[in-house]
Design a protein around this ligand. Structure first.
Ligand SMILES: *[C@@H]1O[C@H](CO)[C@@H](O)[C@H](O)[C@H]1NC(C)=O
Ligand SMILES: *[C@@H]1O[C@H](CO)[C@@H](O)[C@H](O)[C@H]1NC(C)=O
Ligand SMILES: *[C@@H]1O[C@H](CO)[C@@H](O)[C@H](O)[C@H]1NC(C)=O
Ligand SMILES: *[C@@H]1O[C@H](CO)[C@@H](O)[C@H](O)[C@H]1NC(C)=O
Ligand SMILES: *[C@@H]1O[C@H](CO)[C@@H](O)[C@H](O)[C@H]1NC(C)=O
Ligand SMILES: *[C@@H]1O[C@H](CO)[C@@H](O)[C@H](O)[C@H]1NC(C)=O
Ligand SMILES: *[C@@H]1O[C@H](CO)[C@@H](O)[C@H](O)[C@H]1NC(C)=O
Ligand SMILES: CC(=O)N[C@H]1CO[C@H](CO)[C@@H](O)[C@@H]1O
Length: 479
């Protein structure tokens, strides 16, 4: 009697556990508990860990530059294909704290500037900042393009250039090409137009300076807005592409993302180099330092021209649209004929890579990618890769351009990357593991219910077995 009572309690318990487990799965209690815990953490507020990380990111960010060294300037001027050799990386560590942090609108928004300081890292570089690079002379090109239709001025400038031995190509140290040098042609022109800055550099004046004020959402009102850029220099994200204040290489300024991310998410990233925000879509699942992550990459049509992707009408500045994979940012760079692309013209029309010897586009090395832990929405690894090109064409009024063919000439590309630091990875690993346990509690309960059910069945069989065999034997014996 006592034994069967015990057995039936096991059965009852099994059924209760099954019901409770299924109810918990259906009610999403543990999932919502985890989500709300994460939501409460993902807010920029004095005191939260997310705020500390946002304000002073512990993960090291590296900016790596690769230059294309021209080997055949004379042949190129005669109309042959330029042949270039990739050199680098020249690696800089980026320090990028948030400064002048001011909370606004009851803590739902926060304004800050984000100055970046670049420190050369010789140990992570192949070469030094005084390595010489032969490349296209961007200031000269800009001046020639500007005055190509003024016959008198163009002749004067052309003579000036001949006198100073300035040609279409220039050989300069990496450090000068990046951080600035006094350009002899600009210096001469400065005597005519004193407002002109005689300095030129791809990252001129960008060390230890900020690119204007950002306003971020703190996530307090809606956790999905956590750290999303609302305004940049007082303009809404919707106007970014049309602003002509934009600058060529002003660095990335963060990605916005939704905590608890799904594979169907469109991830908006803001990049002031491109004067607009880009988006990325899910590509694959992977593991970064032991942390599960989803990889998001810009789809191939993000850079596509207006014919291929009508959304990209914003890329066509003043009615000029470039073909797939290229972006004319001339207006962003005071008229310099600068064109951005992916490194080695990855994902651009094949003709651009074919126009230059030494281009080897490949996905692994040249795509921009961002890896995000889906549970928390934290970026665990990211690499932004962009190439700076100059639009070169023969200008009959300038003998300096010789018989050069019309081409998009690659100057250099950059890889700005970040990988979560070991300390944060460990902390995040614990959070993910705990969350997984909590989220799985209902399934553990169901599992337990099933186990008890099986035990119950077995006990029931054992209990009944001796009786039934006895019952079966009876007729045998009687016959
Ligand atoms: C955050 O709190 C600390 C001390 O609790 C204070 O010194 C600091 O000014 C606060 N920061 C902001 C931006 O309010
Ligand atoms: C801040 O909160 C107070 C009280 O909740 C409210 O009256 C006020 O309008 C809010 N201010 C802003 C800018 O949202
Ligand atoms: C940037 O500025 C910091 C100090 O403000 C300096 O230490 C560093 O060398 C500079 N980097 C470059 C590339 O000039
Ligand atoms: C680039 O080419 C120039 C001219 O041939 C050469 O002097 C220089 O050493 C090269 N630079 C590198 C980094 O190889
Ligand atoms: C856009 O790209 C396609 C394919 O690369 C090309 O055929 C077309 O002419 C381009 N359109 C414009 C407006 O440049
Ligand atoms: C790039 O845009 C500028 C105007 O913003 C235009 O003058 C120039 O011709 C364009 N370049 C190309 C190669 O289309
Ligand atoms: C950056 O990208 C380049 C190729 O584009 C690659 O060689 C390099 O290893 C990358 N750097 C980091 C830190 O991932
Ligand atoms: C950091 C930096 O160089 N910011 C620049 C971004 O672009 C604007 C507009 O061209 C410049 O004025 C800033 O100096």
């Amino acid at each position: 009697m006592l034994r069967s009572c015990c057995i039936y309690s096991v059965g009852l318990l099994s059924i209760l556990l099954l019901i409770a487990g299924i109810a918990m799965v259906l009610a999403h209690v543990f999932q919502s508990a985890v989500n709300s815990r994460i939501k409460s953490e993902m807010v920029l507020e004095n005191g939260t860990e997310a705020y500390a990380v946002w304000r002073d990111p512990p993960a090291p960010v590296y900016m790596q530059f690769y230059f294309f060294n021209l080997t055949n300037p004379d042949e190129t001027l005669k109309g042959e294909r330029p042949a270039v050799i990739e050199v680098g990386p020249y690696t800089y560590r980026e320090l990028r704290p948030m400064e002048s942090v001011t909370f606004m609108e009851n803590g739902t928004k926060v304004a800050a500037v984000n100055p970046k300081t670049y420190m050369f890292e010789p140990n992570m570089s192949r070469g030094l900042e005084d390595d010489l690079i032969r490349t296209v002379n961007i200031p000269a090109l800009t001046v020639m393009e500007r005055f190509k239709d003024h016959s008198v001025i163009s002749r004067l400038i052309s003579d000036l250039m001949i006198g100073q031995n300035i040609g279409l190509f220039v050989t300069r140290p990496v450090g000068e090409l990046l951080w600035g040098y006094v350009d002899p042609l600009l210096k001469d022109l400065q005597t005519i137009d004193p407002t002109l800055d005689a300095n030129f550099g791809l990252f001129y004046k960008m060390n230890a300076t900020d690119d204007g004020e950002y306003v971020f959402f703190t996530g307090k009102k809606d956790y999905q807005d956590f750290a999303r850029v609302d305004l940049w220099r007082g303009k809404s994200s919707l106007d970014w592409w049309s602003t002509d204040e934009c600058n060529m290489i002003n660095g990335t300024n963060g990605a916005s993302f939704h905590p608890i991310i799904s594979k169907t998410e469109k991830l908006y990233m803001f990049s002031s180099d491109l004067c607009r925000s880009l988006y990325a879509t899910f590509e694959s699942e992977l593991n970064v330092m032991g942390i599960p992550a989803y990889r998001f990459v810009p789809p191939s049509d993000v850079f596509a021209n207006v014919t291929v992707n009508p959304d990209n009408a914003g890329f066509c500045v003043g009615g000029y649209c470039l073909s797939s994979g290229l972006l004319n940012i001339s207006v962003c760079k005071e008229g310099a004929p600068i064109i951005m692309s992916s490194p080695h013209f990855y994902q651009a029309d094949e003709k651009f890579a074919q126009d230059v010897f030494g281009m080897h586009p490949n996905k692994e090395e040249h795509q921009t990618a961002i890896d995000i832990n889906p549970l928390t929405g934290l970026v665990v690894r990211a690499a932004k890769r962009l190439q700076v090109n100059a639009y070169v064409e023969k200008l009959p009024v300038f003998s300096q351009t010789g018989d050069v063919r019309t081409l998009v000439y690659p100057v250099m590309y950059l890889n700005e990357s970040v990988l979560i630091d070991a300390d944060s990875a460990k902390k995040l690993g614990v959070v993910v593991a705990e969350a997984n346990v909590v989220i799985n509690i209902p399934f553990i309960v169901i599992g337990l219910g099933i186990l008890l059910g099986v035990v119950f069945m077995l006990l029931l069989c054992c209990l009944k077995a001796p009786q039934s065999t006895a019952a079966e034997r009876q007729p045998l014996l009687s016959s």
